[in-house]
Ligand binder design. Structure first.
Ligand SMILES: [Zn+2]
Length: 364
C-alpha cells in the first residue's frame, strides 16, 4: 500500500500544543493519553476509540476531524486515549485473552486518574465509540468512574445488539478461525499476505462475497464487523483517501473480544465474561439494575444504517428513559453507518454539531 497520509500522524489537529502522557494500568499494560491544548477551558473532553481503531479516528488530517471541531467550538482542551484495544499498540495483534471487563476495570479508571492529574477537578466530557463506548459505560455504571459531566456513545453502549449474520459469525466464526484455520486474530491486511498462505486465502474467500469495491481491506473490515457490503460505513460518506487507508484506521482485532460480545448479545446487555472469576468482583452482574443512580447524562448516537450494532442505542435509550426520564438523549443519525459518524467527510456538518450542542448544555 502506497501511503499519502502517514500512519499515526498528529498533523490533523492544527493550532494546538500536542503532548503525550503515558500511564500504566493495574494489570501492567502501558497506555497513552494525547492532549491537544489550544486554551485552558473549564470543560475538558476525552475521546475514546473502539476496537481496533485508535485515537486516529478523531484526528484524521484528510477531513475536518472531531478533535479540531471541538477546539474550534470553545472546547480548548481535548484529550484522546489509546487503551488496550488501540491499533497503536501491539496488544490486540498478539495472542491474548483480554475481554471488555479488563478494559472497564483497568483501562478507564487509570485513564481518568492520569487525566485528573493534569486537569484537576474541571468538568470532563467523554465521547466514546464502539466497544470503547461499551466498556467506558461499564466503568461508569459500575461506579468505578463517577466524575464525568457527560458521556456520548456512538453506535452502542450497554445493550449490544447485532444483525443475525453477525450472531452466526460471533459463535461459529470465532471457533472456526481459532481452532480450524489457526488464526488468533483477524487482520484487514490479510490480502497482502504471501499467496496461498491461510491469511491470504481467507482474504480471497471474503472478497468473493464483496463486489462493492476493489479494496480487500474494506472487505475484511466487513468480515470482521457486522453484516453488509460494506458493513462499517456508507461508502458515499467517506473520502477516497479514507477508504484507501481503512487498514491504517482499523487494524487487526483479537478474537476473544468477539467472544465477550457474543455473551452480551445473548444476554441482551453487558455481562461479565467470567462471572465467577474473583478478579472481576468489582464489576456488577447487572449494569442496568441501578441505572437510575447514574447521574451522568448520556447522548446516544444511533446511526440509522448501523450494520454492526443495529438499533442498540435506540433500545438502550428506551430502558434508560424508564429508569431516569428525561436525563439521557437519543440522536438518530440519518444516512450514517457504524463508524462514519466519526470518519465521514461531512460528519462536521451532520454529526459533530449535535455532540457540541449536548456538551454545551452540560457545561458552565
Ligand atoms: Zn470499500
Amino acid at each position: 500500500m502506497t501511503r499519502t497520509i502517514s500512519r499515526f500522524t498528529l498533523e490533523g489537529v492544527r493550532e494546538a500544543d500536542v503532548s503525550v502522557h503515558p500511564f500504566g494500568t493495574e494489570d501492567g499494560l502501558g497506555l497513552n493519553l494525547t492532549r491537544f491544548l489550544r486554551s485552558e477551558s473549564d470543560d475538558v473532553v476525552l475521546l475514546v476509540h473502539g476496537l481496533t481503531s485508535a485515537s486516529d479516528v478523531f484526528i484524521m488530517p484528510e477531513h475536518r476531524n472531531l478533535a479540531s471541531h471541538l477546539l474550534d467550538n470553545g472546547f480548548g482542551d481535548v484529550w484522546a486515549v489509546d487503551f488496550r484495544m488501540s491499533g497503536r499498540f501491539p496488544y490486540d495483534g498478539e495472542t491474548h485473552r483480554y475481554n471488555l471487563d479488563d478494559v472497564a476495570l483497568y483501562d478507564f479508571p487509570a485513564t481518568m486518574r492520569e487525566l485528573r492529574r493534569h486537569v484537576g477537578d474541571r468538568r470532563v466530557h467523554v465521547i466514546a465509540h464502539c466497544l470503547g463506548a461499551v466498556s467506558f459505560s461499564m466503568s461508569l455504571f459500575a461506579g468505578l468512574i463517577d466524575d464525568v459531566a457527560s458521556l456520548t456513545c456512538n453506535s452502542v453502549s450497554l445493550t449490544p445488539r447485532v444483525p443475525a449474520f453477525s450472531k452466526l459469525k460471533l459463535s461459529l466464526g470465532t471457533w472456526l478461525l481459532e481452532y480450524v484455520v489457526g488464526l488468533p486474530f483477524i487482520d484487514p491486511r490479510f490480502g497482502q499476505a504471501p499467496a496461498f498462505t491461510r491469511p491470504w486465502m481467507l482474504s480471497q474467500a471474503v472478497s468473493l462475497f464483496h463486489d462493492e469495491c476493489r479494496t480487500s481491506a474494506c472487505h475484511m473490515q466487513s468480515f470482521q464487523w457486522g453484516a453488509g457490503r460494506p458493513a462499517m460505513y456508507e461508502h458515499s460518506n467517506l473520502l477516497p483517501e479514507t477508504h484507501a487507508r481503512v487498514a491504517d484506521i482499523c487494524s487487526a482485532s483479537g478474537l476473544n473480544y468477539y467472544r465477550h460480545v457474543r455473551k452480551m448479545v445473548e444476554a441482551g446487555q453487558s455481562v461479565k465474561y467470567a462471572p465467577t472469576d474473583a478478579r472481576y468482583a468489582r464489576l456488577p452482574l447487572n449494569y442496568l439494575s441501578n441505572a437510575a443512580d447514574v447521574r451522568t447524562p448520556l447522548l446516544l448516537l444511533a446511526p440509522d444504517r448501523n450494520r454492526v450494532f443495529t438499533d442498540s442505542n435506540i433500545h438502550l435509550h428506551k430502558i434508560l428513559e424508564k429508569a431516569a426520564p428525561g436525563r439521557h438523549e437519543l440522536a438518530v443519525l440519518p444516512g450514517y453507518g457504524h463508524l462514519d459518524p466519526l470518519i465521514g467527510k461531512n460528519s462536521y456538518i451532520d454529526v459533530f454539531p449535535r455532540i457540541v450542542d449536548f456538551l454545551k448544555r452540560h457545561s458552565a
